[in-house]
Design a protein around this ligand. Structure first.
Ligand SMILES: Nc1ncnc2c1ncn2[C@@H]1O[C@H](COP(=O)(O)OP(=O)(O)OP(=O)(O)O)[C@@H](O)[C@H]1O
Length: 260
């Protein structure tokens, strides 16, 4: 089985501060991972490294066959989709949904490239495939937070990425919008041509079974990494958080109760 990325003894320092410490981690093809970690654990730093925005101070990082320092980072970035609410600040709120989705094909903000009728149709098909056909023709400005996240996912998929990073995709969503978005993510994950998914979340209930692998990141170090079923337990999470939590579970979901 091929691999999507591999961290080998990767550390990142800023002055005296060690932000990531000797990280060893591999994502294999067809694996979907979720990362859990408290504020300041180093999650965003890891994502930025994967995207080539930050380089290791030591160790080696390979992403989609590219070893950092030895390959063209801008070509690599085109193979990585990135969905985060921070991206929303960069978009032009007056653009139409389909224009924003299409801009993902050109890795641009705003639609300045010449495009064909077929490419515009592809953008509309992409948002429709995610269940957002009703959004076509609307301006981004009027969309709800959940609809915006869906548009960002469709935009990222236009570049046919091999890896899709979902950075706290459910931020700011109400209960039902969150469920709708999660079910779209699960449908994407089950499709044949899905990219590998890497999601950061603060809430275990958002880690659906399609995220069969989980990493716990704590103070810049990997505390545990492995199967979802093994790690999302009361015992493992109490150790990780150093707090008396309890996990409620049904067939597919795990919810933390604190204090228990
Ligand atoms: N350029 C920098 N210089 C010094 N410290 C930094 C720098 N960038 C990040 N840090 C520190 O590294 C730690 C990890 O930050 P990071 O943003 O990766 O955490 P996070 O897990 O994404 O947190 P959150 O859940 O709050 O988004 C934090 O303590 C942060 O203050």
């Amino acid at each position: 089985m091929g691999k999507i990325l591999e961290f080998k003894d990767v550390s990142l320092k800023r002055g005296e501060k060690v932000i990531l410490k000797e990280v060893n981690w591999t994502i294999k093809s067809k694996e979907n991972w979720a990362i859990l970690g408290l504020n300041g654990a180093g999650k965003t730093t890891m994502l930025k490294m994967i995207h080539g925005d930050l380089w290791p101070s030591s160790g080696q990082l390979e992403v989609l066959g590219n070893i950092f320092g030895k390959s063209n980072i801008s070509l690599l970035r085109r193979k990585i989709g990135w969905v985060s609410s921070a991206l929303q600040d960069w978009l032009h709120p007056g653009d139409l949904v389909e224009q924003i989705v299409l801009s993902g094909k050109f890795a641009s903000i705003g639609l300045y490239e010449n495009y064909t009728v077929a490419e515009m149709q592809e953008a509309k098909d992409q948002i429709a495939r995610l269940g957002g056909v009703n959004l076509i023709g609307k301006t981004y400005r009027v969309l709800s937070q959940g609809e915006r996240q869906l548009v960002l996912i469709a935009r990222a998929l236009m570049a046919k990425p091999e890896l899709l990073i979902l950075d706290e995709p459910c931020n700011g969503l109400d209960l039902f919008a969150r469920e709708r978005l999660l079910s779209k993510i699960a449908t994407l994950a089950s499709s044949e041509d899905s990219p590998a998914l890497l999601m950061v979340s603060h809430y275990t209930e958002e880690i659906l079974p399609c995220f069969s692998k989980i990493m716990f990141l704590k103070k810049g170090k990997i505390y545990a990494a492995g199967q979802r079923e093994t790690l999302l337990t009361t015992e493992k999470l109490s150790d990780f958080y150093e707090a008396p939590i309890n996990i409620l579970m049904n067939e597919s979901r795990r919810v933390v109760v604190y204090p228990k």
